[in-house]
Design a protein around this ligand. Sequence first.
Ligand SMILES: [Zn+2]
Length: 321
Amino acid sequence: MIEQIRPNLFRITVPLPHSPLKYLNAYVLRGEERNCLIDTGLNRNTCLQALNQGLAELGVDMERTDILVTHIHSDHSGLVPTLYAQGASIWMGGADAEILTQPFDWSKIQDFARINGLPEQELEQAKDSNPGFKFRPRGEVETQELKDGDIVRCGEFQLRCLLTPGHSSGHISFYEPDQGLLFAGDTLLQEITPNISQWLPGENPLHDYLESLSRLHEFDISLVLPGHRRLFSEHRERIEQLQEHHHKRLEEVLTIVRDHPGHAFHIASHMTWDLDTKEWESFPLAQKWFATGEALAHLNFLQSRGEIRKEFDGRHDIWFS
Ligand SMILES: [Zn+2]
């Protein structure tokens, strides 16, 4: 489905079957010489058909199109190799581009998951049940790097690149000052809370995310164009809700670490989750992974502030207060 948002600015909604995100918002900015496409959809037929149909209706030729990828997650980058093969040029943040262009080492994630208490027999199964892995971008791609402060010109639009890490470490948002537009990727979403998870050692994604939120709070924005769901204004109100959400979550995790010290998988099992089933044991496997990743983001943040500590017991990282 295509919708015109402003002159020469369109949204194509790309369906994401079975996902609570429902669809991806791909944005087309039409220029005289070249067009821009922001984000693509998963590497699967349903997404490709919807995107292609939208692009054809708008008369967008890939050989005259720059694809700006907000971040590496497959619902945004999945179709990048396909469109690259059709002649598009690909622009994205450096940290995320590295994941796209270099062979991906899943074993690093598995080792980290194992230390954090994910059951051994589920590690391999989890990979195959993860839609982000199943529908990941595949094929050769060359990318051009977007850096914080870079300006991308497209027709009447001047997009300023803002490095807004947290949801991923190389996440880029695009700010258009004349019209007060923010293409927010998954940094700001309405109705759903962006997932902030840790999958690799040495990162502090929640710290990065809270910094990104504070930074975006300062901008004058009249319309937020997010990666999923509906467009919205009042970005400061939404940012304050998200800050509040994470501060409450941090308090909850701190209490759990005090009452039930253990590995991250165990801590996650004590957190409250907004799912149909209340029993941790009956959570779908993918949800247990997401929950553990989210627990880890909060645990690491608390550790970085000296509020909790962790020790390796020979098998697992155990969290204590
Ligand atoms: Zn997304």
